[in-house]
Design a protein around this ligand. Structure first.
Ligand code: XUL
Ligand code: CO
Length: 435
């Protein structure tokens, strides 16, 4: 195979003082932090769709990212060549995982049968490359949004024939994910939503979506796939109202329809599109015991689209890692870089630089989070705010022993509560002192 990455050495840890832009300054895969290898805290994955299928197309302009291993025809041969290049890239980056949609890795054929045959050929190669390199599949998924047949949705399409097509496609995508030893399977609700209620029976569409997910759960069990099934919330884009709006909406949906096996894959840019912080969405999922995996990226505060940028902000990454450490880790999920190069970043070197920068930002976040938790002051301050529930009437409220009459009597006896500062600036300063 031609060496498309000639001149780019495998990326190594060189420490915070390194001036080599293609080195890790914080990410040291084997370093033990909080009792675990750094690599095992993150289980970083490269997103096939952005890094190997992203072309830089936007609503105003054509392809800018032209790769020497791609030819203009979307052929199986090209898909096989691209897969070899992808494994070479991931290996040089020193990352352990990748993620894909079925249609990222193999071209869609003229029929479902042909699409499945194409997929099988590429999966044969992926299986071999995984064995050769030790690189593993974090998750697979099906693209149920790009083909025009899905323009009115997949599982929520008003046409049962389209629902069936989506089911057949997910069936195959689950089979190949299982065959490749995928640790998880993701459902992002591509076009599961609506633009106007005038033509939409929302209740019926949501019932159909739940039926679809129950079928997927049944099929996963039938083939012995015991990886986690993950729903990825997103509030809008492409539809105006996506049904999986945010973590809280998805949790209510899962509970309402008895979908007990599903967890959440939380993405930063989707959180911010929903008007939440990344930390809010992660904490919501984690508090429910359902934070399964993370799509690591960020948006642009000034634009308001899903710009899928590489996250470089240690203030954000340290918050993320505090939540992940507190819940005891993210495995069998991981951190998938659902992030793309800017369309002006046309060099192959940019592919490496983008991942290196964000991997380092998360590694730095882990080190900061570990220090904050080990120090204990933040936890102590927060616990102190709730100390009134640790004993007396507060404890009776929590245990269910107190009712409105008891509480009225307490207030009649004790009068006004005293003023308690929230001390937000002190909390913020404390966290900043660990950066
Ligand atoms: C879209 C998005 C998807 C999912 C996988 O916004 O995040 O790439 O992660 O379908
Ligand atoms: Co995503």
């Amino acid at each position: 195979m031609e060496d498309y990455f000639a001149g780019i050495e495998p990326i190594r840890y060189e420490g915070p003082d390194s001036r080599n832009p293609l080195s890790y300054r914080y990410y040291d895969a084997d370093r033990i932090v909080a009792g675990k290898r750094m690599a095992d805290h993150f289980r970083f994955a490269v997103a096939y769709w952005h890094t190997f299928r992203g072309t830089g197309v936007d609503p105003f302009g054509q392809q800018t990212l032209v790769r020497p291993w791609d030819d203009p025809v979307d052929s199986v041969d090209n898909a096989l060549r691209r897969m070899r290049v992808a494994f070479d890239f991931i290996a040089r980056l020193g990352v352990d995982y990748y993620c894909f949609h079925d249609r990222d890795i193999a071209p869609e054929g003229a029929s479902l049968a042909e699409s499945n045959r194409n997929l099988d050929q590429v999966v044969d190669l992926a299986e071999k490359l995984q064995a050769d390199t030790g690189i593993r599949l974090l998750w697979g998924t099906a693209n149920l949004f790009a083909n025009p047949r899905y323009m009115n949705g997949a599982a929520t399409n008003p046409d049962a024939h389209v629902f069936a097509y989506a089911a057949a496609q997910v069936k195959k995508a689950m089979e190949v994910t299982h065959r490749l030893g995928g640790a998880n399977y993701v459902f992002w609700g591509g076009r599961e939503g609506y633009a106007t209620l005038l033509n939409t029976d929302m209740k019926r569409e949501q019932d159909h979506l739940a039926r679809f997910l129950h079928m997927a759960d049944d099929y996963a069990r039938a083939i012995g796939f015991d990886g986690t099934l993950l729903i990825e919330p997103k509030p809008k884009e492409p539809t105006t109202h996506q049904y999986d709006f945010d973590a809280a909406t998805v949790l209510a949906f899962l509970r309402g329809y008895g979908l007990d096996r599903f967890k959440l894959n939380v993405e930063c840019n989707h959180a911010t599109l929903a008007g939440h912080t990344f930390a809010h969405e992660l904490q919501t999922a984690s508090d429910a015991g359902l934070l399964g995996s993370i799509d690591a990226n960020t948006g642009d505060e000034l634009i308001g689209w899903d710009t899928d940028q590489f996250n470089l902000d240690p203030a954000v990454t340290s918050r993320v890692m505090m939540i992940v450490l507190r819940q005891g880790g993210i495995a069998p999920g991981g951190f998938n870089f659902d992030a793309k190069l800017r369309r002006e970043s046309t060099d192959i070197r940019d592919m490496f630089a983008a991942h290196v920068g964000s991997i380092d930002a998360f590694a730095r976040g882990l080190l900061v989070a570990d220090r904050i938790i080990a120090d204990g002051t933040l936890d102590q301050w927060r616990r102190e705010r709730y100390a009134s529930y640790d004993a007396g009437k507060g404890a009776e409220i929590e245990s269910g022993a107190a009712g409105f009459r008891d509480l009225e009597q307490w207030v009649l006896d004790a009068g006004e509560p005293r003023t308690n500062s929230g001390r937000q600036e002190q909390f913020e300063n404390l966290v900043a002192s660990f950066w």
